[in-house]
Ligand binder design. Structure first.
Ligand SMILES: [Zn+2]
Length: 111
């Protein structure tokens, strides 16, 4: 997940360099408001933490971790098992990672 704001000047998304899990946590590290220079138009945005929102960063890049687990299971079950393991591992790994990601995003956006 990444934390972003919308630039007040050019309306592009600007990513925050923060790993805060909730808005109170973000306020704890950055204060309730702070300045962010937009990388698109150089506008200085005065941002309040309630203007910050989270969005998922995971996409198909999360497949390899699941595929590795599936591949290990597959090795125990022979060539056919490997194929099934790769497919199942890739699918479940992605679904679980996406689920975690979406929960983290929802937690931040409701904080
Ligand atoms: Zn801008």
């Amino acid at each position: 997940m990444k934390l972003i704001i919308i630039c007040a000047n050019c309306h592009n998304k600007v990513a925050l360099n923060s790993q805060a899990a909730t808005r109170p946590a973000l306020a704890g590290t950055c204060g309730s408001n702070f300045n962010i220079s937009c990388p698109h138009c150089s506008f200085q945005n005065l941002v309040y933490t309630d203007q910050v929102f989270a969005e998922p960063t995971l996409n198909n890049l999360s497949i390899p971790a699941g595929a590795i687990v599936g591949g290990i299971i597959g090795l125990l079950g022979g060539p056919l098992g490997l194929l099934i393991g790769l497919t199942a591992g890739g699918a479940t790994g992605t679904a679980i990672d996406r689920n975690k990601e979406n929960q983290a995003v929802a937690r931040f956006n409701h904080s």
